[in-house]
Design a protein around this ligand. Sequence first.
Ligand SMILES: C[S@@+](CC[C@H](N)C(=O)[O-])C[C@H]1O[C@@H](n2cnc3c(N)ncnc32)[C@H](O)[C@@H]1O
Length: 319
Amino acid sequence: MSQSPAENDQPIRDELAATDDTPHHDRPAASTRSADCHSARDSHSGNDTTPPLDKSGKRVREMFRQIAPRYDTMNHLLSLNIDKWWRRKAVDRLKIKGDAPILDMCCGTGDLAIEIADRAGSDVRVIGSDFCHAMLEIARDKEASRVIDTSGGAGRPTIPFFEADSMQLPFTDDRFQCVTVAFGLRNIVDTDQGIREMVRVCRPGGQVMVLEFSQPTLPVLKQLYGFYFRAILPKVGQWLARNDKSAYEYLPASVGQFPCGEALASRLRDAGLDSVEFHPLTLGVATIYIGTKPGKPSAAPEKTATDQEADQPLKMVAQ
Ligand SMILES: C[S@@+](CC[C@H](N)C(=O)[O-])C[C@H]1O[C@@H](n2cnc3c(N)ncnc32)[C@H](O)[C@@H]1O
């Protein structure tokens, strides 16, 4: 999401990020590490008085349509630019090998897909999907602004972006070596169906990775974060976006009601993933979840029309 000082202020942001690199994996659901994270089976925790959020596809798509033109700017500002560093840490966790494609679902304006593609090399196709046309248009423009490599040198394939609902991805089973989502799973009306779709289209032996907001566990930080998220962020967001106040009220509410830490890790395990780990970032403000789909790659399944479209020859982007 950011083009700005990201590269120059790395030491400061590294300090801010203070990653806990110890993996948390295969813990019982009652793990104390995640005691402050929501453990609800559905998107609403049920233990507060706030009503469940309306996450219907129509509402969520319309919300992102409205904020699309300012989405990137707002993200940099409201996250103090740390979001770009979070995406880089998430991509560090992918074990990209061979030439099987990678899917970034709920790709929005494309930043995670672009980060992956820039690092995956010339043989790997990265595909982005999202159900909000306006967000995808920005992703496509971003990708189109890259210099096309006509030298036959060490470029990487351009990213095709597809309009698709993550509740029902238009790709065949077992297709991608990695399936990723950044800050998108929380918005899907049925979290478990979103996870099941990620697992379905992932190859056996491949990785499913989720980067999502979580809730810090340190008491003081938790309070500061709660105040920023509930009192400051919606006001600044509304002021900057100048249109839809509800989008920036939706953000804290959706994070507050979404499972995190062990609670989300166990949902990934329930969907069939092995070796699930989670890695809190920036004292738990965001968390990377990663797991492996068990089994061995089988015979190539029949491709869908979208798979075939994604297989078309692509231009190469200079790196
Ligand atoms: C907060 S944005 C994240 C975008 C991007 N991944 C990033 O890191 O900035 C969430 C995205 O999820 C998309 N989204 C939410 N529910 C979806 C669904 N059911 N199917 C496809 N996209 C969905 C929205 O359109 C939006 O672009």
